[in-house]
Design a protein around this ligand. Structure first.
Ligand SMILES: *Cc1c(COP(=O)(O)O)cnc(C)c1O
Length: 711
């Protein structure tokens, strides 16, 4: 308690529990906990960027004092804290009894990024959100899981758009004393520092922790004194473009991550690798067994039967392949430790289709894990084709790569006002039982007027947020008038509003809708039924083609002929994503098939009644049912081209979407639209939830593997 007192000197004794709450990200997906902070002082909550640690640090004594003597507040405080503590104390022995013990977990989960909250920006995009939705759900379901990743001291980057539309990245050191993250302290009273095994010259990592409900997430940080400057930079940013530094990141993530668990005395029975970046963790597991006297062959087998590997991308450039000379540089003392020679070691990472390309992290992970999966049904088909050469004796359909379709963490992504509506019409247990499909049928009980009113309010909230951001930039940074216009100040909440927000990777074709700009202009500038677009997203700092697409869209937004109906909102992140997936009318997605493995933002939109207009790729190939949104570019379509896809997109807009939305003009409420909103919520709510996803991982992989281990 002493420590917390010094961190938040203004917090009175009666409210010390707030520091306990702030220290566990549990608050981020429990609105009643967030409300406790907000009720202290709305303005301070807003000023902190909805970050309780920062808020409690900065808030003046007088203000907290008011709440500390308010009976209503104290009642709520007691309720929330009691619930939090009760949940925290429940022991988790699910999957294996061994995990009732402290420091013993069924699963260790490794990922290079986590998108937990905007105050902890250790993510670039979908992979990170998937990973954090996964661990939040594991917390809710009490799956005994420990997670490992990176503490990126400078986060990803803050995006600024220059007046000519070129993306610039601003690096910022994070203020770690103002976030829900803590140093892991050793018995000597100092932060735990571990040495990455068998790497020379040595690399050291300091260990941090984020507590995500029940799940401890350990994060590694190389920005410490003892490291050389080059080593310090390893964990500065996500996915550095420099290939050697990238290899060093993955060495730290895999080998260092295992060493962290070992040092902390943490045991686990199953390793789950989320994407190929942490695959070197498999090597450490093998080495550990060989060290203990197990033969190399036996060690491999033990590791294979206890490892799960999830692949996330059909884009070839999305798979790391490291040149052999770099592998030699970093692993020359490693292969003897495995009792291997140079050739047989490098052979582990060979992709038979390109044996000279280097050490392929995905191929390696595929070979070393007996449980492998893609992230949607369609991606399963693509992945089996893509990795067929690893099993030359098998037919494509028997390639042992299964799929578990992604899902989103419902408590994180459902808008709180909408959640209240669900409480009212689906019953107060709806959230607790949200993977029961029958329950979602009750969405039909929500009166159309009420659902529409809530949606419309959320659209206003989104546009207000955009205008306020833009106003701040205008006032504080003296941006140009052009940026004020393109930033979204001309948006009108009564218009049909289409959102496109995601990473600006080229395969996502953010500019497809501008393929025939004359045809689009007619829609934007229609006198009675105009439409508007909101774009947001970052291109990877090394991705110039992605930046050029962004620039193109920005320039179009500046063009008066577009009627001021195109906005580009800077610096897409978790917070703005929340506004977007809650508030637009239509969620547009038009990647080049089959390159979207799953996509998850469309699921976030769908559960909030935002209708998907998407290419049939990734999850939408499963999610679309003819009534819950619109699909184009169906499989079997001849001559796939941007031209054909764009034509189909315009057609749907002109013939279906615009007329349906603007029945509002005559009827007041667009009843047909609201019907589709309900269908969207019903059809996606349980099926594409992280709960369904985690349960599927348990059934398909965790339980079978643990059962074989006879735990
Ligand atoms: C959900 C999410 C993503 C992933 O979106 P995709 O559908 O995979 O493109 C990316 N960024 C943010 C901020 C998100 O919330």
């Amino acid at each position: 308690m002493e420590g917390e007192n010094t961190a938040f000197p203004n917090l009175p004794k009666t409210l010390l529990g707030l520091s306990e709450l702030a220290g566990n990200l549990w608050w981020s997906w429990h609105p009643e906990a967030r409300m406790l902070f907000k009720m202290l002082d709305r303005q301070a909550w807003k000023d902190s960027g909805h970050n309780p640690v920062k808020m409690l640090k900065d808030i003046p004594k007088e203000i907290v004092q008011g709440s500390a003597t308010d009976a209503g507040y104290l009642q709520q405080y007691d309720d929330v804290l009691a619930r939090f503590r009760k949940e925290r104390e429940e022991k988790s022995c699910l999957l294996t009894e061994a995990s009732c013990d402290q420091n013993t977990y069924a699963v260790a989960y490794f990922c290079a990024e986590y998108g937990l909250h905007h105050s902890i920006p250790f993510y670039a995009g979908g992979l990170g959100f998937l990973a954090s939705d996964f661990i939040k759900e594991c917390s809710d379901l009490k799956v005994p899981l420990v997670a490992v990743g990176f503490m990126y001291s400078e986060g990803y980057f803050r995006q600024r758009i220059r007046e000519d539309g070129w993306q610039e990245g601003i690096d910022e050191m994070l203020d770690l004393d103002s976030a829900s993250i803590t140093r892991v302290m050793g018995n000597d009273g100092k932060q735990v520092v571990v040495k990455v095994p068998l790497v020379d010259p040595p690399i050291y990592v300091a260990v941090w922790q984020i507590t995500v409900g029940h799940v401890p997430l350990y994060l590694m940080d190389t920005a410490i004194e003892i490291n050389s400057p080059w080593n310090r930079g390893i964990s500065a940013h996500l996915y550095t473009g420099d290939i050697e530094q990238r290899l060093r990141q993955e060495v730290v993530l895999g080998l260092g991550g295992q060493e962290v668990l070992r040092t902390l005395g943490i045991k686990y029975f199953l390793l789950h690798l989320n994407e190929g970046h942490p695959a070197f963790a498999l090597l450490e597991r093998i080495r550990e067994k060989v060290d203990q006297g197990v033969s190399y062959e036996e060690a491999i087998q033990q590791v294979q039967t206890t490892s799960v590997f999830t692949t996330h991308t059909p884009v070839p450039a999305g798979h790391d392949v490291f040149p052999f000379h770099l592998m030699e540089k970093y692993f020359s003392s490693y292969w003897p430790a495995l009792t291997l020679d140079h050739d047989s070691f490098l052979q582990l990472g060979i992709h038979p289709e390109e044996p000279h390309a280097g050490f392929n992290m995905t191929a390696f992970a595929m070979k070393m894990s007996n449980y492998r999966n893609a992230v949607s049904n369609r991606h399963g088909v693509v992945a089996r084709r893509m990795w067929q050469s690893l099993w030359p004796e098998l037919k494509e359909e028997s390639i042992p790569i299964d799929h578990v379709t992604n899902g989103v963490h419902i408590p994180t992504w459902i808008e709180p006002k909408l959640a209240l509506l669900f409480n009212k019409y689906l019953g107060s247990r709806w959230l607790a039982e949200h993977d029961n499909p029958a329950l979602w049928k009750l969405v039909d009980m929500i009166p159309d007027e009420e659902l529409w009113k809530t949606h419309y309010w959320l659209k206003i909230k989104l546009i207000d947020a955009i205008r306020e951001r833009t106003r701040q930039r205008w006032v504080n940074d003296r941006t140009s008038p052009t940026l004020v216009v393109t930033g979204g100040t001309l948006l009108d909440p009564s218009l049909l509003t289409i959102g496109f927000a995601r990473r600006f990777a080229t395969y996502k074709r953010a500019d497809l809708v501008f393929y025939d700009s004359d045809r689009l202009k007619k829609l934007l500038n229609d006198r009675w039924r105009p439409i508007q677009f909101i774009f947001a997203g970052k291109a990877h700092p090394a991705d110039d083609p992605g930046k050029r697409i962004l620039q193109r869209i920005f320039k179009i937004a500046c063009d008066q002929q577009m009627g001021g109906r195109i906005a580009f909102v800077e610096d897409y992140g978790e917070q703005f994503a929340q506004y977007m997936v809650h508030g637009v009318d239509v969620w547009l997605n038009n990647p080049l098939p089959p390159l979207e493995a799953s996509g998850t933002s469309g699921m976030k939109a769908a559960i909030n009644g935002v209708l998907n207009l998407s290419i049939t790729d990734g999850w939408w190939a499963e999610g679309f049912n003819g009534k819950n949104g619109w699909a184009f570019g169906q499989e079997g379509t001849q001559d796939r081209s941007d031209q054909a896809d764009a034509a189909e997109l315009y057609e749907i807009l002109e013939q279906e979407i615009i007329p349906l939305y603007y029945t509002m003009l005559t009827e007041g409420i667009p009843y047909g639209w609201v019907k589709m909103m309900k269908e969207s919520i019903k059809s996606v709510g349980s099926r594409f939830s992280a709960r369904r996803m985690v349960r599927e991982y348990m059934e398909k992989f965790y339980m079978p593997s643990l059962n074989k281990q006879k735990l």
